[in-house]
Design a binder for this molecule. Structure first.
Ligand SMILES: [Zn+2]
Length: 106
């Protein structure tokens, strides 16, 4: 079972207490963008096996959105952090590189 610690209230919540929100750190395309960029923003996701950044909501707790870095194959969690960040914090990147030396952000 997946357990994530909410960075706001500090509760270690199992996945039944959380709501998934999809991929984190998406680059948004809106009016004025090309049709291909907008289509990719709406529909195309990489479906990563390995390190992945996701949005989660602590639905049965404080109700706030946060981001998590985890391995989709092993459910290993590298950390959680505020949803108001545009890229993974250095501490999260270091935690990932410590356990996955060959990993690089895409
Ligand atoms: Zn919370």
């Amino acid at each position: 079972m997946l357990t994530l610690t909410c960075p706001y209230c500090g509760v270690a919540a199992c996945e039944t207490e959380l709501s998934p929100g999809g991929e984190a750190h998406l680059k948004r395309f809106g009016p004025g963008s090309s049709d291909d960029d907008f289509e990719a923003y709406l529909f195309l996701r990489p479906n990563v096996k390995g390190v992945h950044f996701e949005r989660w909501r602590h639905a049965m707790g404080c109700g706030k959105w946060f981001l998590a870095a985890r391995d989709t194959a092993t459910l290993e969690v590298f950390g959680t952090y505020s949803a108001q960040t545009t890229e993974p914090p250095p501490g999260i990147v270091e935690a990932i590189r410590a356990k996955r030396p060959d990993w690089s952000p895409t």
